[in-house]
Write a protein that binds this ligand. Sequence first.
Ligand code: ZN
Length: 321
Amino acid sequence: MSRFAIGVDLGGTNLRVAAINENGGLFDQVNLLTEVEKGREDVVDRLSSGILQLVERWKNVYQLAGIGVGIPGIIRMKEGVLVASPNLPGWENFNIRAQIARRLNSPFYLENDANAAALGEKWIGSGKNCDHLCFLTMGTGIGGGLILNGRIWHGVAGMAAELGHVTIYPDGRPCKCGSQGCLEAYAAASAVVIAAQEFLKAGTASPALREAAASGKPLTSALIHQLARQGDASSIAVFQQVGKALGIAIANFTNIFDIDVFVLGGGAVDAWDAFEKSMFEEVPKRSYVFRNDPRRILKSHLGNQAGIFGAAYLAFQNLAP
Ligand SMILES: [Zn+2]
C-alpha cells in the first residue's frame, strides 16, 4: 500500500489542507478560510476537521504516513507554543500543538510556515536534491527558512532563520520587530511602498511616480513595479534598493553557511526582473565565497504551495531510514 501525508498551511487569510503522496503528487485539497476574527479555538476546530476529513477519505486507499502543520509565527518547538505571529493577532503564547492534538488524537508535526516552505522547495521545488538551502519569502514582511544537511535548522528554541530581521543598514529604516535597518524594511513588498513614499516626501520623485501618487490609486508594490517596467526612474531606483538589500543579505548568508541554493518566494518576487540585476551585482562584491564559487539564486518553483508540500514532507522525511 503506498503512503500519503497530510500537509496544512495556515495563513492569515487562507487555510489549506492537502493530501500528498510520496512522489510529491497532490491528489486532494480542502480550501478553507482562516477567519481569524472568529477566534483561535474556532480556527483550530476548522483546521482539525479539515485534516480529519482528508484522513477519513483516503485512509483505506493509502497508508497515512503522518500529518504536518505549518503555521505563521515564532514557535517554541519543545512546547509547541506559538510565541507571536503578526498574521494571527491574539494568538500570543497559545499552545497550538496541545490544542490540535486534543482534536486529532494522533501525532503530527508542527512547523513554522516559512520553514515548511523551505523544506517543500528542497523536496520537489527549486532546491530539489540540495542539502543546504536558504528560503526567503517576500510578502508584506520577509520570512526565512534554512535547510542544513537536508533538514530544517531550528536553533535552540525553534526560532532560527528569522532572516528578514538581519541588519542590512545599522542606522536604517525602523522595522516592525523593534530594530532598524532590517532586510524586511528594505526588501518586503511594504518596503517598496515606503521607499517610493520617501522619494515623494523628499520631493525627488520622478514625474510618473508623482502622477501615480496624485491619482488617488493606492500605491502598491505591484503598481511601482509596473512604473519601473515603463522606465520610471524613481521606481527603478526603488527596486535597485530592494536588490541591493537582498544581495547584501544573501552574501552574508553565503559567508556564514556556505549555502548551495537560495530560493526567493512570496508575492514581491513578481518584481524579479526589476531587482535581479542589482541583487546579482551585490552578492559577489560582498562574498569572497560566492565570487569564487557562484551559488544559485532562484525563484520559488512551488509558489504559495511550497508550505503545504513541506508540511507533508515532514512526515515522509521523519519516516525515512
Ligand atoms: Zn526587523
